[in-house]
Design a protein around this ligand. Structure first.
Ligand SMILES: N[C@@H](CCC(=O)N[C@@H](CS)C(=O)NCC(=O)O)C(=O)O
Length: 218
C-alpha cells in the first residue's frame, strides 16, 4: 500500500505547484462504492493505480486527512482529492466527456440520476457493513435484504420502459455503473433476483461488459 501520509504531503506540494499527478484510487475489494469508480475509470480508459485500504486504515487519522468521512472510495486525480462516488462520477464526466456515461436526452439523464440516487442514497447506506454492525448479528442479513429489495423493486419499475441490454437501452450509463455493484451486494444478502426479471437480464449483460470485468480484476 502507498504510504497515506506521504501521499497527503505530496498532494499539498502538487496543489501548490498546480501539477498533474498520478491517478490513485483508494479502494476496498468488498466495497460496492469503490467498484463504481473502478468501472468508470476503466470505461473511460483513465490509467490509475489502486491502493486497497483495510478497515483499520480507513478509520485511521492519516486516511481521514484524505477522506474526512473515513470511507472508501477516495480518488486522487488532476492533483485533487475527491470523495463521494456521485461527485466523482460527475467530475469525470465533465472533464473526460468521451465515452460518456450520461444520455444526451434530458429525461433519460434524469432517469439515470434517479437510479444512481436510489442506490447511493437509499439502498447502499442502509446495508453498509459499518451501519448494520450496530444491529444484533441475527438481524443484519434480513435488515439489509429488505432495504435492497425495496430499492431494487423501485428500479425494476423505473427501467420497465427503457431497458434493453442495459438499464437505459443499448447505451451503457452511470445507472449500470451503480446497479452492477448493488446487485453484487444483493447476492451477498441472499436477495432472490427472480423477483426482478429486467434487472436479472441487465445483470447478465453487465457481467460480460469489459469495463466491469476489468474493474473486478483491479
Ligand atoms: N456515499 C458514499 C458511500 C461510501 C461508503 O459507504 N463506503 C463504504 C464501503 S462501500 C465504506 O467506506 N464503509 C466504511 C464505513 O462506513 O465506515 C459514496 O458514494 O462514496
Amino acid at each position: 500500500m502507498k504510504n497515506i501520509s506521504m501521499i497527503v504531503f505530496l498532494m499539498c506540494l502538487l496543489h501548490v505547484a498546480n501539477v498533474n499527478a498520478e491517478t490513485i484510487l483508494y479502494s476496498s475489494p468488498t466495497s460496492s462504492s469503490s467498484l463504481r469508480v473502478r468501472i468508470i475509470l476503466q470505461y473511460k480508459g483513465i490509467p490509475f493505480s489502486v491502493c486497497n485500504v483495510d478497515k483499520e486504515e480507513i478509520a485511521g487519522s492519516a486516511y481521514k486527512n484524505l477522506n474526512p468521512q473515513g470511507k472508501v472510495p477516495t480518488l486522487i486525480i488532476d492533483g485533487h482529492v475527491m470523495t463521494q462516488t456521485m461527485a466523482i462520477a460527475e467530475y469525470l464526466e465533465e472533464t473526460r466527456p468521451t465515452c460518456s456515461l450520461l444520455p444526451k436526452d434530458a429525461i433519460l439523464r434524469s432517469r439515470v440520476r434517479q437510479i444512481c440516487q436510489i442506490i447511493a442514497s437509499d439502498i447502499q447506506p442502509l446495508q453498509n457493513l459499518a451501519i448494520i454492525e450496530h444491529l444484533p448479528a441475527e438481524k443484519r442479513c434480513s435488515w439489509a435484504k429488505s432495504w435492497i429489495e425495496k430499492g431494487l423493486a423501485a428500479i425494476e419499475k423505473i427501467v420497465s420502459d427503457t431497458c434493453g441490454p442495459y438499464t437505459m437501452g443499448t447505451d451503457f450509463t452511470l445507472a449500470d455503473v451503480f446497479l452492477y455493484p448493488q446487485l453484487r451486494n444483493a447476492h451477498l444478502f441472499n436477495v432472490d433476483l427472480n423477483k426482478f426479471p429486467s434487472l436479472m437480464k441487465i445483470e447478465k449483460n453487465l457481467s460480460t461488459h469489459l469495463a466491469i470485468t476489468d474493474a473486478l480484476d483491479d
